[in-house]
Each structure stands twice: as C-alpha cells, then as structure tokens.
Write a protein that binds this ligand. Structure first.
Ligand SMILES: [Zn+2]
Length: 165
C-alpha cells in the first residue's frame, strides 16, 4: 500500500509515496490531522463539534459527510475506514505523521524519567531526533523548549492551534 506521510509540525503538507498531495480546505486538513493523530476511530459528532463549532448540528453533519468523502477521493479509499458513526484511517494503512513521531520520541525520553537527559545517550538521541522533526536544531535551550511543548500539547489543542484556527 502507498505510504501516506503527513507533516504537521511546520507548514502542513501531505505526501503519498513521496509525491505531494494538495488538500484544498483547511478543515479537511484539520480532519485528516486529527484522525491521523487519534490513531482510533473518531465519532462523527465529536469531529463535527471540533471542526464546525459555529454550525448547527445538521449543517455540521452535512459538512462531515462531504469532507471524509473528499479526502477519500484525494488520498485513496484504501487509507480510510469510514462508517456511519466513525471516521478513521484504515488500520492496515501505512501512515506516518511527524507530530506522532515527535510525541513518541518525547514519550520515550519521559519514560526514562531521570533528571539529566543530556547525560543519557538514549535520551539524547531521542531528543535530537525529536528536535530534527521540529526543525529546531539541537541547542540546549531548544531541546528544553520542545520538551516543554510536548508536555503541554495533547493532540486536540495542538490541532486547534496549528490547522484550524
Ligand atoms: Zn535516558
């Protein structure tokens, strides 16, 4: 299956097998980002409330019917598992999301739970990889900053900050 790569930490971009894919609408990109980071089926009502908070329920649901259909035609049906209640990426889909990779690397560091990450080669490597994903370089101050960001950011407020508002 074609690999779907979603870059969200800088300017958002989506690639299939290395080829850029244009996703026109910000809300469609927001939905893709949210569903990809959730790594589980997302209920349609929850997505409607997140993405179309200003709409009444019936127009939000109409938008929510259209948007996954549009994403499915742009990205390929094989990447999606969509039913009447939920929207998800297919469990067998090959999906890489930089923000998820970042989160995993920081989690790896946190699970070591020692004060001085700089002294531990495993932690240092994880943090440097995470810093590369952020395009942040690897200075001491920047590493501290990205660790702080990762602590504060669950995926929901993060998607709100970067792709929707
Ligand atoms: Zn460590």
């Amino acid at each position: 299956m074609a690999e779907l790569r979603i870059h969200l930490l800088g300017p958002p971009r989506v690639e299939i097998d290395g080829e850029p894919v244009h996703i026109g609408r910000r809300k469609a990109l927001g939905l893709l980002a949210y569903v990809a980071l959730a790594q589980a089926p997302c209920r349609r009502e929850a997505l409607a409330a997140l993405l179309w908070p200003e709409s009444d329920e019936s127009s939000a649901r109409a938008d929510l019917r259209r948007t996954p259909t549009q994403l499915r035609s742009v990205l390929g049906a094989q990447h999606w598992a969509i039913d009447r209640e939920t929207v998800a990426l297919a469990p067998e889909a090959e999906v890489w999301v930089d923000a998820a990779a970042f989160r995993d690397l920081v989690r790896q560091w946190r699970e070591h739970s020692h004060a001085d990450a700089e002294a531990c080669p495993t932690c240092l490597e994880a943090l440097e990889e995470a810093a590369d994903l952020r395009g942040a370089g690897c200075s001491h101050g920047q590493r501290r900053l990205l660790v702080w960001e990762a602590r504060c950011a669950t995926h929901l407020p993060w998607v709100r900050r970067t792709s929707i508002v």
